[in-house]
Write a protein that binds this ligand. Structure first.
Ligand SMILES: [Zn+2]
Length: 174
């Protein structure tokens, strides 16, 4: 998002040259440059043996299961976001977090940081933000996540990471 007014004092911003970013909107009152940065968000595929943690959030995709996801809060590391979001949404504690790359979502100006993680402990205890959550067989994940393109890309990366052999998990890919 390109800033036009200062979110602190409300004054119209002026252009100022930054070292290597070119012209950047700047508030001379608060002495802040407002860089056009995306919102960081995590997407996490949680594994427990041959099962993966899937959920449904009707406000995102009504007919599709999705992975755990959430915005990085200012003040925490991205790894802390992974732990916090999985715990908040599902009640599960995870470990062995592994980064699987990023995806940019232009329509929402979100940078999706994708991860896999392993189940450590805890019983499923879903939050009120979530409509349904349960473990599902990894073989069926892609088929059940029909509308979640980014989530499906994460599952494909995870299948490579765990050395998945065979074709069953990919049967719904066209
Ligand atoms: Zn200002």
């Amino acid at each position: 998002m390109k800033f036009i007014y200062c979110p602190i004092c409300g004054k119209e911003l002026i252009d100022r040259d930054s070292w290597d970013e070119g012209s950047v909107p700047y508030c001379p009152v608060d002495d802040i440059m407002y860089f056009d940065t995306p919102k960081p968000c995590v997407v996490v595929a949680v594994m427990k043996d041959k099962e993966i943690l899937l959920l449904k959030q009707n406000y995102t995709f009504k007919n599709s299961k999705v992975l755990v996801s959430g915005y990085v809060t200012n003040g925490e590391s991205v790894e802390e976001t992974v732990h916090r979001e999985v715990k908040e949404e599902t009640g599960i504690t995870v470990g062995e977090i592994k980064y699987l790359g990023s995806d940019y979502l232009a329509s929402k100006e979100i940078i999706m940081l994708t991860f896999m993680a392993k189940y450590v402990e805890g019983e499923i205890n879903k939050s009120s933000e979530v409509d349904w959550v349960d473990w599902g067989n990894i073989d069926d994940a892609i088929c059940e996540m029909s509308e979640d393109e980014i989530g499906k890309r994460v599952v494909r990366k995870l299948l490579k990471e765990i050395g998945y052999k065979g074709k069953k998990a990919y049967r719904c890919d066209i």
